[in-house]
Design a binder for this molecule. Structure first.
Ligand code: 8GP
Length: 837
């Protein structure tokens, strides 16, 4: 039922904000024409042989063409404006699927659904064909993706620079309740969203040594780096659309290729394998994403990845600058480079190297340009996540950078000495080099010294940075520090993932909330409108039904959509305390077994999240969740009143199903440990209520939604510290809380590990020996708070009112607000809107 293809390679779709409004029929027939053309001329198939994937690819190309058209105009507009650009350097971009988002942002979603249905195709089914680009671990990578959406929506000229990992975050399988990792072959069907740009290739050096030389006709000595190996970086561009704008920015991801792919000498000597060995070594650099969330790993390949993408990006930034300007002296006036955590911090030394060794700047001038250009965002308070590289490894891989870092350090410490004449301890703490034992380069210190702005990602986190992790830098340069509370894009996290709720909201208050999330406040005026509340609840119910179907398909568990959906989805980490949540589940189970007749509020407790492959304790928690699920879900005395679900392979696509269907959001980290959290914002935006500690952005979420609409429990940061200072004794809680004792005893009894009685001993040991995450100390308060949650849920009308208020008051957490703050206060960049066609 598709039209005949024609010889145009692409029929223009005049849709979206700038398009001349075509009548609906013309739009539909144009979409169909574009689709069939792409099917024929991109996929080389006709309807007889085309499969769903071919249709997906054809459709993706239709959307891509629209984006590229806008991109071409955007590039022109930016170049003509000679505007200041943002360069967001991040080792991770967790973008999620692109097709649905592209359609939403182009304003084509509904028309497309209609046009496809008209020829017998189901848009939802095609959307499911897209492989998820999982080029990130969790919060940090997803934040970068939300930022790209907001940068474009705000018409700010920006490029996101990162790594095109051939394998993204591993696929999580669950076998006998254990996590098993499988490689993520996301590129195996090709990637319609990227364009390789071999014409913008760059050369990157590794290893070797440095030497001093005299430039021709110059009396001054220069240093040059004689590398041992050269790797080529090929940029792959992904267009990033904004909502309701003609601007399209770029995500530019680097792929490593061999400098000399084929060693002719080796080949001629008969060593065919040796001839291609170099190619394999080079291409390894961008082979795989390190799957560790918030833990440092001192692996050489990781440092190579970091330097590789940063060096590629800086050359690209310089190329772009010199295209529009005569020299690099004014680089900082036209470029703001943001370091997303310390992963790209080597950029400070690399920019110095480029300016001094390649462009012959004096040290002082180069240093001024560097400091004015860079900003640094810290994302974690976990000491083990602060990156430090052994000086040996550093010198071997980046000999010139080590020299430059020593020189930066020398000059910096001289300055510190003037300010604090008799304070060797402070000098030692501020030094870029950690002494004692193996000497190491401290990347956070390098980032702080080399940047003009340093920020945390939530108010509490920024305060803790100033008081603890970066205290010495704060005392030195208080003005460098600021807070930029994280945000999320309302496009993906409401408009796209929860179309029913989005529609109800737009029907009620108009659709300005999509780009001005504070407008959700207007929902408060409808709180007493019974029909509105009913509609709200009916949508939540429908969303829960569709999640129930998904759960059944995914893991074969039947859940009751009328039960409370109590959800904890995030990386598995001890500080996030999934363990405390399971202990609560076991406690509820114990009660049902002991007092089968008691009234309970039915719950479905849903978990999702990956454990780092080398993180034994986190993997054991995954096993415990699954083991508890096995027992609880199959015990007839529970009678369906409690279900436990572990959804394998939590990722962005799955998150889009989970947030809209959640009633309760678990944000239960030990106070002072979660930098911000962003899932907490997605839940509230979709009308889930939070049970949480005073940690990260929870503090600000509670401030915004109101204490009455937030289930607070647990020790505060100060109380945790005080508790630890006097010596935390977990046994005390075991001995004095009979329910907690029973819960741990049941685990110890082997009920959840038949045939392997000792399986969960490490968990019990951790809880009873030192309990570093204060699970024992917070447990009673958590359980009590959960009882309050259950009672509240029983009063469904009250719950719905609270849910509406959560959505209505969450506007502050739009990434548009966050990005506007960065743009005004750190980057000093202005919008450059592309004029409509
Ligand atoms: C995360 C923080 O844990 C989270 O609280 C915050 O919301 C998010 O960053 C965005 O700011 N941190 C990381 O994901 C992180 O440090 N990851 C790196 C080790 C990869």
């Amino acid at each position: 039922r598709l039209p005949e293809s024609n010889t145009e390679t692409e029929v223009p779709l005049s849709l979206g904000s700038a398009g001349v409004a075509l009548d609906a029929e013309t739009q539909v027939s144009q979409i169909q024409q574009a689709l069939v053309n792409n099917l024929h001329w991109v996929q080389g198939k006709d309807e007889q042989f085309a499969n769903a994937h071919d249709y997906y690819t054809a459709l993706a190309h239709s959307v891509r063409n629209q984006l590229l058209k806008k991109r071409i105009r955007t590039a022109k507009t930016y170049a003509e404006a000679k505007a200041k650009n943002v360069y967001y350097l991040s080792a991770e971009f967790l973008m999620g699927r692109q097709l649905g988002n592209g359609l939403i942002n182009l304003g084509m979603y509904d028309t497309m659904r209609h046009a496809l249905a008209d020829c017998g195709l189901d848009l939802d089914e095609l959307l499911e064909r897209e492989a998820e680009p999982g080029l990130g671990n969790g919060g940090l990578g997803r934040l970068a993706a939300c930022f790209m959406d907001s940068l474009t929506t705000l018409n700010l000229p920006a490029i996101g620079y990162g790594i095109r990992y051939e394998f993204g975050i591993f696929t999580q399988l669950i076998r006998q309740g254990h996590q098993v990792e499988a490689p993520d072959k996301w590129l195996s069907y090709g990637n319609p969203w990227e364009i390789a740009r071999p014409d913008y290739r760059v050369e990157i050096k590794f290893g070797g040594h440095t030497e001093v030389y005299k430039k021709d006709g110059d009396d001054d000595y220069q240093v040059r780096w004689i590398q041992a190996q050269t790797v080529i970086g090929i940029p792959h561009d992904v267009p990033v659309p904004g909502y309701g704008t003609d601007n399209v920015n770029l995500l530019r991801l680097w792929k490593a290729e061999a400098g000399e792919a084929f060693d002719l000498d080796a080949f001629n000597a008969g060593d065919y394998f040796g001839a291609v060995a170099n190619k394999m070594i080079s291409e390894n650099i961008t082979k795989v994403l390190y799957p560790n969330d918030e833990t440092r790993q001192g692996k050489e390949l990781r440092l190579q990845q970091q330097y590789f993408f940063v060096a590629c990006s800086l050359q690209d930034i310089i190329r772009l600058h010199l295209r529009d300007h005569s020299n690099l002296g004014n680089l900082a006036e036209f470029s703001a480079i943001q370091l997303n955590d310390t992963h790209p911090a080597i950029g400070v030394a690399e920019l110095m190297r480029l300016l001094i060794d390649e462009y012959s700047f004096e040290w002082a001038a180069a240093w001024q340009i560097t400091q004015r250009t860079f900003g640094y965002t810290n994302h974690t308070l976990m000491p083990e996540a602060l990156e430090k590289w052994s000086v040996d490894l550093f010198g071997k891989l980046l000999p010139r950078h080590l020299e430059i870092i020593y020189e930066i350090n020398h000059r910096f410490l001289a300055q510190v000495k003037l300010r604090y004449p008799n304070d060797p301890d402070r000098l030692e703490r501020l030094s870029l080099i950690e002494e004692g034992g193996e000497r190491r380069v401290r990347m956070a210190n390098l980032a702080c010294v080399g940047s003009h702005a340093i920020n945390g990602v939530a108010a509490l986190h920024t305060e803790l940075l100033k008081q603890e992790v970066l205290q010495d830098f704060y005392e030195l340069w208080p003005d460098k520090f600021s807070n930029k509370t994280n945000g999320i894009t309302p496009r993906r996290w409401l408009l796209q993932c929860n179309p029913r709720l989005a529609q109800l909201i737009s029907e009620t208050i108009g659709d300005s909330w999509i780009t001005n999330l504070d407008d959700l406040k207007q929902l408060e005026a409808h709180l007493d409108d019974e029909a509105f509340r009913h509609a709200w609840q009916a949508i939540k119910q429908e969303n829960k039904w569709s999640l129930a179907r998904y759960i059944h398909d995914a893991v074969g568990i039947e859940v009751n959509p009328d039960s409370m959906f109590d959800v904890q989805i995030k990386r598995i980490h001890e500080y996030k305390r999934q363990l405390m949540n399971v202990l609560h589940v076991i406690t509820l189970y114990n009660r049902m077994v002991q007092n089968p007749g008691d009234h309970v509020v039915p719950r479905t407790v849903i978990f999702g999240g990956k454990a780092a492959p080398g993180y034994a304790m986190a993997k054991l928690v995954v096993k415990l969740i699954n083991a508890v699920a096995d027992v609880v879900n199959n015990d007839p005395s529970v009678n369906g009143r409690l279900k436990v679900v572990f959804l394998p392979n939590y990722n962005v696509s799955q998150a889009q199903r989970l947030f809209p269907a959640s009633d309760l959001s678990e944000q239960i980290s030990t106070a002072g440990m979660e930098a911000s959290g962003t899932g907490n914002m997605k839940f509230a935006l979709n009308g889930a209520l939070t049970i949480g500690t005073l940690d990260g952005a929870n503090v600000e979420i509670r401030e915004e939604v109101g204490a009455d609409n937030f289930f607070l429990f647990g020790l505060t940061t100060e109380q945790v510290a005080a508790c630890k200072a006097v010596g935390h004794n977990p046994w005390y809680y075991y001995d004095t809380n009979p329910e907690l004792k029973r819960t741990l005893d049941v685990i110890a009894s082997g009920l959840f590990s038949p045939g392997e009685p000792d399986l969960f001993l490490p968990i019990l040991d951790s809880l009873l020996v030192d309990d570093p995450y204060m699970v024992m100390a917070d447990f009673a308060a958590y359980v009590q708070c959960q009882e309050h949650v259950s009672r509240t849920y029983e009063d469904r009308d009250r719950w719905v009112r609270m849910a509406i208020l959560n959505t209505a008051r969450i506007g502050k957490f739009s990434a548009d607000r966050t990005i506007a703050d960065y743009a005004r206060e750190i980057w000093k960049v202005k919008a450059v809107p592309v004029a409509g066609e």
